[in-house]
Write a protein that binds this ligand. Structure first.
Ligand SMILES: Nc1ncnc2c1ncn2[C@@H]1O[C@H](COP(=O)(O)OP(=O)(O)O)[C@@H](O)[C@H]1O
Ligand SMILES: [Mg+2]
Length: 265
């Protein structure tokens, strides 16, 4: 594959947090334009740290990140205009409405007024938030916040979308909704990079998967390649073989505490 097709190029990326935790210990990978690529791994593997470095929310310790040919160190603003992201820690303005926040973001990206309104109408429908669009964010449930955050990440029609555990804490309906939209966006040409600790999510959505454990990529390939390479009958077996973690510990727990509850107070 030629280098130009690689819309994301990451080389020897590493992060040591103040205090000494080596969260990411030298990861390298490419993502091709239009690809749906997933980072799978147990809690604490370094997935969030990696994706946060890729969108410049966490400062890398070493290594290089190139997106659409631009080096993040020297061309961050070129990269910002091309990417959208929705991360685990969401900073909602509780005293604004979904519509207001979408409008604000559209203006931050210097989008024409009419285009902003078109996008807002389209996105609110996409994530099924039309009915609550004019309510304060402080009244939104965890699932609504996730869906709103996805809408926000898409306002400027980015070519590359970064999502950190996009369906964490969602009920099955909302999960399916998000999966369907991500598939549609990807079909329309958007490159999607996501992290997940849900095996089924990676299996359902991703064309290529990297499994991460203890700050390193332990295996990477298409699901078919991985099955062959690890002589496994499913992804779960590969996960177990490569990380030593039992996926039973990571099953979807719909009764899990709402991760945003503490924000709502
Ligand atoms: N801000 C931080 N400061 C110090 N250590 C952190 C910070 N964020 C994450 N870590 C540590 O880095 C490691 C990787 O965490 P993280 O990237 O969140 O993994 P994952 O997203 O795969 O669960 C963990 O040991 C975690 O405790
Ligand atoms: Mg994480």
């Amino acid at each position: 594959m030629s280098q130009e097709n690689q819309i994301i190029q990451v080389r020897n990326l590493a992060k040591t947090y103040p205090g000494g935790t080596e969260a990411v210990r030298g990861v390298s990978f490419d993502v091709r334009e239009g690809e749906f690529f997933g980072f799978l791994g147990p809690n604490g593997a370094g997935k969030s740290t990696t994706i946060n470095m890729m969108v410049n929310l966490v400062k890398k310790t070493s290594g290089t990140i190139k997106i659409d040919g631009f080096d993040l160190d020297s061309h961050a603003s070129e990269i910002y205009s091309r990417i959208g992201f929705a991360m685990q820690e969401i900073g909602l303005d509780e005293t604004a409405t979904a519509r207001e926040m979408l409008e604000l973001h559209g203006r931050l990206y210097h989008m024409p007024k009419a285009k902003i309104q078109d996008q807002i109408a389209k996105l609110l429908k996409l994530v099924e938030l039309e009915k609550v669009a004019d309510r304060y964010a402080s009244t939104y449930s965890g699932g609504m916040r996730r869906r709103f955050d996805l809408a926000l990440s898409l306002i400027h029609e980015p070519r590359i979308l970064f999502l950190d555990e996009p369906t964490q804490g969602l009920d099955p309906h909302a999960r399916q909704l998000i999966w369907n939209h991500l598939r549609e966006l990807n079909k329309a040409g958007m490159t999607v990079f996501l992290t997940t600790h849900f095996m089924d999510e990676a299996e359902t959505l991703c064309e290529r998967i990297a499994i991460m454990d203890k700050g390193q990529i332990v295996t990477m390939g298409t699901p078919a390649e991985l099955l062959e390479k690890h002589e496994a009958k499913n992804l779960e077996e590969i996960f177990l073989k490569t990380t030593g973690s039992n996926l039973a510990d990571e099953e979807v727990n719909l009764n899990a505490p709402d991760p945003y509850a503490r924000r709502r107070g």
